[in-house]
Design a protein around this ligand. Structure first.
Ligand code: FES
Length: 98
């Protein structure tokens, strides 16, 4: 049986948990489910999809150079990531703050 992961998204005082296939990207999850995460460029170039990882940071794919560079330019905190660049490798809890 294929591994499933739980993704909990906190937003505006609400919390919702989704079950995903292992290695699914956040973009694919958000295409399938109604989530508060927004996308525009989908290429580490606008920052609209940023979230804060509350738990399970190790369960996201590692940031590639372009994402790291963009987050650095934003002066993002260490636990902030761009949803458009993340694959889900295990259970994770995030906070969307816009
Ligand atoms: S959608 Fe633009 S940085 Fe993720």
């Amino acid at each position: 049986m294929a591994k499933k992961n739980k993704v909990t998204i906190n937003y505006n005082g609400d919390s919702k948990t989704y079950t995903t296939r292992n290695r699914l990207g956040f973009q694919a999850l958000c295409a399938k489910e109604d989530t508060p995460i927004e996308y525009d460029c989908r290429d580490s170039d606008c920052g609209i999809c940023i979230f804060r990882v509350l738990e399970g940071e190790q369960n996201l794919s590692a940031a590639e150079e372009k994402e790291r560079d963009y987050l650095k330019a934003l002066h993002a905190d260490d636990n902030e990531r761009l949803a458009c660049q993340c694959r889900i490798l295990g259970d994770v809890t995030v906070l969307v703050e816009y």
